[in-house]
Design a protein around this ligand. Sequence first.
Ligand SMILES: Cc1cc2nc3c(=O)[nH]c(=O)nc-3n(C[C@H](O)[C@H](O)[C@H](O)COP(=O)(O)OP(=O)(O)OC[C@H]3O[C@@H](n4cnc5c(N)ncnc54)[C@H](O)[C@@H]3O)c2cc1C
Length: 494
Amino acid sequence: MIVKKEKDEIISYLSDAANFRGNCSEVIFPENESDVINAVKSANAKKEQITVSGNGTGLTGGRVPEKGSVLATDKLNKIISIDADKMRAVVQPGVLLADFKSETGRLGCYYPPDPTEQNCFIGGTIATNASGAKSFKYGSTRNFVERLEVVLPDGDTITLNRGEVFADNFTLELTTNSARKITLNIPEIEMPKVKHAAGYFIKKGMDAIDLFIGAEGTLGVITEAELKLLPTPENFLSAVIFFPDEQQALDFIDDARAKSYESRKNGADGEIDALSLEFFDSNALDFLREDYPNITASHAAAVWFEQETASGNENLITEKWIELIEKRGGDLENSWIATDVKERREFQDFRHAVSWKISESLTRNNLRKVGTDTAVPHDKFREFYYYSKKLVADAGLAFVNYGHFGDSHMHLNMLPKNEDELILAKKLYGVICAKSVALGGTVSAEHGIGKFKREYFELMFSEEKIREMAGIKKKLDPNLIMNIGNIFSEKFYH
Ligand SMILES: Cc1cc2nc3c(=O)[nH]c(=O)nc-3n(C[C@H](O)[C@H](O)[C@H](O)COP(=O)(O)OP(=O)(O)OC[C@H]3O[C@@H](n4cnc5c(N)ncnc54)[C@H](O)[C@@H]3O)c2cc1C
């Protein structure tokens, strides 16, 4: 097993895409499950911290170590099997999502979890329960995880099969692979009824596997996953529609969402049933104009949508969308409709370009973006959107607003130009999170809490309930060695 200690060799493991920096004494590269067990047992025996690393595209400092060692999953990068008949794949955690998608695609299979950044590892997407554009139709990564192999913080291992172990109300009894029984008391809380990735998944009678998905590496190292696949759809309709007014774009999204829900409920064919509904405000379009000069000055907002189609329903579905675009005042003439796979990919790149360009420009200038990851109930979204936008605009901060608006999930990115503005942006971030919670929403719909967002997580649940959640971690990690700093502030462990 390779262990690196030289500063220039380990420096890239000390930060993530949010430009948050940490410290460690070494980076360990296990090549199999035994290596992981040995590394974790050694850290546990010495009571030294160990932080699990995926590919570092996280936006909350989750893989960034406070101290101790980093366990990098880069060499656990095998696709073990893809069974196109059973629609199942087995992978190690260090498989790159982009590679996994192209391999499964080659075999006629389709893996919908689709974080905008595809340069992440499958392990990272499971640990953060990543979601993305396609989550509007298919939900988050959780919905595709059928089995996990996990090395617990004491070096014992556990196999979690979906549908096998359920909590008795709020008590979960786990059996490790060494036949050790662990009883966990799950706090009696209700998660918000929106897309949500803040803290542990909690539900009365929950499936045990769900506790480990989205746990941000605090409960163990994922060493293998069995994932559910779907048959590749015959075709996709993909379009970027520009609107002269953002109100019209929001109306368009509301209509498309309602129609999609109705189609799914009725099992209707040949109707609008969006795969993704993504919004870009005028500031986002300004940001993109340099690379996409065909966005005209009169465009104040855009919506990128996709829908799966087949030869039998393609024309009908396209007609339905055109009808809706015209009804809501979309500029059909100057909008983009993909005619082939290449153009569809270009639209995906267009979506990626917003978040990537922002991150890249801030990193270049050594600044940090302050970007929300909030989702609220659909009927509260308009109120939330205008409230947040006015708050930031009135404070004189530059911002870009875009996101997975089909899920009422908004990334309002404040772009502070100096330290004073950074302090102000962080303050407003807290106000926006509090508003989201007050409206029944979440402070994190997809990125997780990591080390950045702990204080906002505390807006969501009482101190007592967070302490109970941290109690799950303490039960599985009594020496508090693994991914310390993620989700819970120090105070919840004592
Ligand atoms: C431009 C951009 C766009 C993005 N868009 C989205 C988006 O649309 N949706 C979304 O959900 N996210 C998005 N992200 C965030 C990020 O891509 C995801 O969170 C991704 O899942 C992280 O994967 P990673 O391999 O890079 O993990 P890392 O950043 O390395 O780690 C993330 C967390 O997972 C833990 N972890 C990693 N591997 C394991 C393992 N094997 N076992 C246990 N714990 C582990 C780490 O300790 C850490 O806490 C975006 C990021 C960028 C830069």
